[in-house]
Write a protein that binds this ligand. Sequence first.
Ligand SMILES: [Zn+2]
Length: 71
Amino acid sequence: MGKQLLNQCQDCGAWTLSTKCHKCGGTARAAAPIKWSPEDHHAQYRRRLEGVEGEGWSQKLPTLPDMTEEE
Ligand SMILES: [Zn+2]
C-alpha cells in the first residue's frame, strides 16, 4: 500500500501533510481510509429481497424491442 500523506490533527482537526499540526502543534494522524470493497456485501440480501434467485424473476426484466425486421 502507498504511504498515506494526508493527516488530520487529533486536536483541532486541521489537515496537514506532516504528523505535526501546523496550527496548534498537536499530533496529526493519517485519516482513516474510506472503507470500500469491490465486493458488495449486501448484494446477497438485496438479491433475496428482489427475488432474483426465484423463479420468474428474469421474466420481469425489461427487454429490448425486437430489432429483427423482415425485408
Ligand atoms: Zn491542530
